[in-house]
Write a protein that binds this ligand. Structure first.
Ligand code: BG6
Length: 467
C-alpha cells in the first residue's frame, strides 16, 4: 500500500459515481487496512453539512457496497469524513484539509479526486491551486477528458499551469477491472496464442458492452456526453489497445503506454459511414433531457488499426443504454479453415466462426468455442466450448473492484493502468470526423439490441451477442 496516510479531497462527493463506486471503494480501502490512515473531505455544489454528507455516504454503502459494514467500521469511517460546499471557497477547503492532516498526525499525502463533468474540472483545479493544495498531492481526473481534441489540449495546458504531469492520473476504470489486466497476462504469459494474434489468423474482433441501465439521475452529464464520449473514446478504445498492442519491453508504465499509444497512432480516423448512432425511444421525455435531443444513447462502429499486425482486420465496437442485456465481452473470431472436407449439411461453420471470448465480468471469464463432432453415426458437427471462470477457482474473493484498485495505485504513484495525455489527444483526433459530422440518431426500442442497422454494419459477420 501507500507508505503515507492520505487525505482524499473528493470533488463531486454527492454525485452518482461517488455514491455508486467511490465512497464504497474508499470505505473498503480505509477499513480493510490497505492505507495507513485516511480522511476524506467531500466537496460538491450541494449546500449540506458534514452530517448530511455522512448520511449520503451511509446510504451509498447500504445501496451499493458489496461488502459487509460492521457498526465499528462505519463509526470509524464516518469520523474520517468532512464536507465543504464548493461555494465556501478555497480558504475553507484549505482549512478542512489542514484539520484532516492534523487529525492524521503524521506526514500525509493528498489525493484530489475530481468526479465532475468535463466543463467543471478546470474551475476545481483552479480552486485547488488557490487553496495551496498542490504540494504532496496527486490529482485523479475522471473521463471524458475534454469533449474533443481542442478542449482536451486546452484542458491539459491549463492543468499544467497548476499540476505537473507526474501528479496527474487520468483514470479509466475499465483498465482497473481484473479481467482487463488478465488480457495482458493471457497474451504475454503464454506461448499458445501470441503466434496467432494477428491478421493471418484473426478475422475480426468485437468489443461489445450493452447495458440495461438507463440514465438514472445523470441526464445533466449524459446530455453533454452521449454514448461515444462516455464509453467508446474512453473505455472501449482502452480495451482495444490492450487487445491490439505489441508486447511491451517491460510491464511498466512507460513501455505499456508507449505500446498503447502506438496502437492509437495506427488507428484510422473513424468514418461517419462506419458508425450507427441510436437513441432509445422515450429518451427525449426523460427528466432533464432536451425534448429535441440528438444525444446518442447507443453507438456501434467499425474501426481499423492500420499496422502490420492488424491491417485488414475490422474491430467492431458496440455499447448503449437500455439494451436487452448487460454484458461486457471481447470476442475474437478466427479465420475459416482453408478448405472444408465435411459434407454439406454437416454443420461446419453454421454457428459462425470459432471464437475466443473474454468476459469482463468482475471475476474473469473466458471461453474458446470450436466445432467438434456430435456423438452418433456420420459426421455432424456442433459448436462446443472450453470455459474458464475465476468464480470456480476459489480466488474470486480476492478481486478488488476497479476503482479500489486504481485509487490505491494512484495513492502509490503507480501509473501502469492510467491513460496518458498523448493517448487521449490522439483518440480525440481519430474521433474528429465523427464528432464533426455525426450520422443522425436512429430510434430503437428500450430493451432491444439497438437499431436494426447494426446488422448491416457488421455484415458479412454477425454479432456474437446474444449468446
Ligand atoms: C461509466 C459510464 O464510466 O461506465 C457509465 O459513465 C457506464 O455510463 C459505466 O454505465 C459502466 O461501467 P461498469 O464498470 O459498470 O461496466
Amino acid at each position: 500500500g501507500p507508505g503515507f496516510p492520505q487525505v482524499v479531497v473528493l470533488v463531486g462527493a454527492t454525485g452518482d459515481l461517488a455514491r455508486r463506486k467511490l465512497l464504497p471503494g474508499l470505505f473498503h480501502l480505509c477499513t480493510a487496512g490497505f492505507i495507513p490512515g485516511c480522511r476524506i473531505v467531500g466537496v460538491s455544489l450541494d449546500e449540506i453539512d458534514v452530517e448530511g454528507f455522512r448520511a449520503i455516504a451511509r446510504a451509498s454503502l447500504d445501496e451499493f457496497g458489496s461488502r459487509k459494514t460492521t457498526p465499528d467500521a462505519w463509526d470509524a469511517f464516518a469520523a474520517a469524513l468532512d464536507y465543504v460546499p464548493l461555494s465556501a471557497g478555497a480558504s475553507a477547503l484549505r482549512a478542512a484539509v489542514e484539520r484532516a492532516e492534523a487529525a492524521l498526525g503524521r506526514e500525509c499525502r493528498r489525493l484530489h479526486y475530481l468526479s465532475v463533468p468535463p466543463n467543471a474540472a478546470l474551475t476545481v483545479v483552479r480552486t485547488l491551486g488557490e487553496a495551496g493544495l498542490v504540494e504532496r498531492s496527486r490529482i485523479v481526473m475522471e473521463k471524458p477528458f475534454g469533449t474533443d481534441l481542442a478542449s482536451a489540449v486546452a484542458l491539459n495546458g491549463k492543468l499544467h499551469e497548476v499540476f505537473q504531469e507526474a501528479q496527474i492520473f487520468r483514470i479509466d476504470h475499465f483498465l482497473g477491472k481484473e479481467p482487463a489486466q488478465n488480457i495482458l497476462a493471457f497474451r504475454f504469459a503464454n506461448g499458445l496464442f501470441e503466434p496467432i494474434w494477428n491478421r493471418n489468423f484473426i478475422d475480426h474482433v468485437q468489443i461489445d458492452v450493452p447495458e440495461t441501465l438507463g440514465l438514472g439521475k445523470r441526464a445533466g452529464f449524459y446530455e453533454q456526453t452521449g454514448a461515444y464520449r462516455d464509453m467508446v473514446v474512453t473505455h472501449l478504445f482502452q480495451i482495444l489497445a490492450f487487445m491490439a498492442m505489441e508486447p511491451p519491453t517491460a510491464l511498466e508504465p512507460a513501455p505499456i503506454s508507449e505500446e498503447k499509444n502506438k496502437v492509437f497512432r495506427s488507428m484510422e480516423p473513424i468514418r461517419p459511414a462506419d458508425v450507427v448512432r441510436g437513441q432509445y425511444s422515450g429518451y427525449r421525455g426523460e427528466e432533464g433531457v432536451d425534448p429535441d435531443s440528438d444525444t446518442e444513447t447507443f453507438i456501434a462502429l467499425k474501426c481499423h488499426i492500420d499496422n502490420w499486425r492488424w491491417a485488414g482486420v475490422p474491430f467492431y465496437l458496440r455499447t448503449g443504454k437500455r439494451l436487452a442485456e448487460g454484458q461486457r465481452i471481447i470476442s475474437i473470431a478466427f479465420r475459416e479453415p482453408p478448405k472444408s472436407m465435411f459434407p454439406p449439411g454437416s454443420g461446419v461453420g453454421a454457428q459462425g466462426p470459432d471464437h475466443l471470448t473474454f468476459d469482463l465480468a468482475d471475476a474473469s471469464k473466458m471461453s474458446l468455442s470450436f466445432y467438434g463432432k456430435r456423438p452418433g453415426p456420420g459426421m455432424r458437427l456442433d459448436k462446443l466450448s472450453l470455459q474458464f471462470a475465476m468464480r470456480d477457482t476459489g480466488m474470486a474473493g480476492e478481486v478488488l473492484e476497479a476503482y479500489e484498485r486504481l485509487i490505491l495505485d494512484a495513492m502509490r504513484g503507480d501509473r501502469t493502468l492510467f491513460t496518458t495525455a498523448e493517448g487521449i489527444e490522439r483518440l480525440w483526433e481519430v474521433s474528429t470526423p465523427l464528432l464533426e459530422s455525426p450520422p443522425p440518431v436512429r430510434l430503437y426500442e428500450a430493451g432491444s439490441w439497438g437499431p436494426k442497422a447494426v446488422h448491416q454494419l457488421i455484415a458479412p459477420h454477425a454479432w456474437r451477442l446474444p449468446f
